[in-house]
Every structure is written in C-alpha cells, then in structure tokens.
Design a protein around this ligand. Sequence first.
Ligand code: SF4
Ligand code: SF4
Length: 396
Amino acid sequence: MKFLAGENIPELLEKLSLLSEVWAPRELRGSGGTVMFERWRSGDPLDLEHFASLSAKDMVLPRTEKLFGFSYAFGGAAVGNPFGAPAESAGGIPATAGESIRITAAEPAGNVVLFGARACDAKALTVLDALFDQTDGKGYNDPQYRARRAGLTVITLACVTSDPACFCSSFENGTAEKAGSDLILYPVDGGFLAEAVTPKGETVIESGVNSRNKVGSARGPGDSDPETGEAASGLTLFEESALETPVLAVTAKVEGLEGLRQKLAAIFDDLEFWQAETEKCISCGYCTYACPTCHCFNIHDEMRGDREGVRLRSWDACMFHLYTQETSGHNPRPTLAHRYRNRINHKFSYYPENQGEILCTGCGRCIRGCPVGLDIRDVLRQAVECSASPGEGGDR
Ligand code: SF4
Ligand code: SF4
C-alpha cells in the first residue's frame, strides 16, 4: 500500500481541485461543532475526526436541481424537449396560438471529488445506484443522477473509531465495506495508508506524483521544468509503505435482522405496534433528509415571469403528511404510524425485494439528529421481538 502523510493532504486536495470540485467534511463556521460536507477551497481547514451531520447524497441527488428550463416564444418551431414532457404541461401554462415552447437542458454535471466520506456514505451511493443507475434496460435510468455519479470520485476515510449511534456492523461488511469507494485511506501514525479500489482511485494516487513540481503541471515523473530547466524532484505524495492496515472499528450490532422481510410482514397489520413505536415522533422529516439512502423527491415548475420557468426536483420526505396526500383529499398513510411503517418497510423489505439492497447503511444519522430521540435500532429490535408473537404486543 501507499502512505500519505497527513500534512500532505492540503496539497493533494489542491491538485485534485485543479480538475474537479472538491467536497470535504468541515466544521460550519459559527456552528459550535457541526460538521458538514462542504465545498473545499485552498486554505480551508478539514475536520476528519467528527461525523458529518448530513450525508453526502447531494453529490448525486441535490436538494434542489433544475431538470430543464422552458420558455414560450412566438414564431419558430418547438425546440428541445429532451425529456418527452408534453409541451403544454410546462409550467401548467398552455402555449397560446402561434407560440412555441423551447426547452433548455440543465447544465451538465462536472467532476467532483468527495474527500473524507465514511464507508457507510460510500456504500449508500451503490444503494442509490440500484435504483437510479440501471443499465440493464429493466430498471430506472436517471440521466442527471448517472452523469453526477460518473463524475464523482469517492475518497473514503476508514473508521478506526465509531460513534455510539453507528450500527453498520449489523450489515454485511460493516466498517470494512469497500463498495462505493474509489480510494480508501486508513489512519496510521502520521498519516494514512491508501488503497485504490477502482481505476479512479488509482488516478488519485497518480495525481500525487511529482507533487513538489508546479501545481497543475502536466509533467510526468522525471520531466524537467520547461520554464527553469530544473530537473523534476520526482517526489510523490504517496510513498510505498510496508505498514499494516489498522484494526477497524466494530460498531453496535442489531441482532436478529436475518429474515427481516418476513418478520416485518408478520407485523405489518399490527397498527398498535407502529403507533407505540412512533408515539414521540413529530414528523419533522430530519431522519429522511439526513439519511444517505432516502431519496423521495418532488417535482414542480417554478415560473420566472409568466412566459418562462424551470422544472425543479427537490428532496421530499415520506414522514410528511402531505407526501402521500392525493388530490381527492384521501391520504393512504394518514397517521405517523402508517408513515413510519412505510419508512421501515421501504428500507428493509420493499427496496431489498425490488432493488436487491437494504436501504440503510447503519450510519446512525437519523439517531444522532432525531429531535425526540427515536432510535431506528430500537424499532428494529422491537419489530424482531414482536414478529415472534404478532398481535400480542411484545415489550411495548
Ligand atoms: S427525525 Fe425523529 S421526530 Fe423527526 S420524523 Fe424522523 S423519527 Fe420523527
Ligand atoms: S436509516 Fe438512519 S442509519 Fe440507516 S442509512 Fe438512513 S440515516 Fe443512516
């Protein structure tokens, strides 16, 4: 493996930021310790110790994104419409006689390096891929998600310590999960051991060669400086190392999750169970916004004046009453119990059945941030217990 000295990280990020946006965990200014994935610019301090409050999913699924723009104009033929939407539906405003509609695509996605993700963040990307990035022709294929995903390089920080809310060890690989990472950095004395998982990760390691030469130079190892004629230093940020990788953290484990789909099915109709579990929930939606795998969204048109506008996609949350409200006024999930039952079943039953992945990586964000202390691990434990004797209440 290669060794990257901790003091060389800013230099590596400098080099990466020449070709990509770099996002990394940073303490929000004036927040009193809240860490978030933020755009990194030269000189910005990093926080590689604390867990980012919100996930990195907006690297591939932004909170709000423009799907396309539209405008009405007299004369000329209709232009664009790459999404197949009926022209008259844009903005809810019908084109008047003689008007045509023009559709402009959203800005193309650029390259992004996500530095300092955790294994659960990286794994979450592959969980989302199972829905948005299907190339087999059978599943959904979201062009904007796919473009962002293709341009994303994920550099993961392996966890040697964990937080009390973490429970990734409940799932297959726990902190040793490599799915979704392009490069993994293992903390060791003085820096990190670097393991490339994909060709993108190898490119990151290669980008560290000749780092002492002028940043941005395209020179290869051994080339001299074309301006000064000086021989290249040949130094690299990543040095060969015989160090052993550190022992990774083992996080809290929720037992009894095998066969969970069947266990959840056994208590699906036990609304009393779901009412008891969600008694203190205030339906704020934090758990869904913070979650790296939750992906509910809403689509709406926003007008700029009365003849042009944009179609936007924004995060939504299944914990909101209005999320399933139908135009007729009927709501198939009228209570918190119905909504939380859906949240749990979507994560641990429907999604695994349809997409082959559990819609949870055990990151613990929904536990750390829930304002009323509702702990998804307790709900799962209770569900496992009650499924053994459905309808009898279990330990409620
Ligand atoms: S964060 Fe907690 S209170 Fe808010 S919707 Fe989720 S479970 Fe309910
Ligand atoms: S459900 Fe909670 S623990 Fe699981 S991935 Fe989402 S935020 Fe993390």
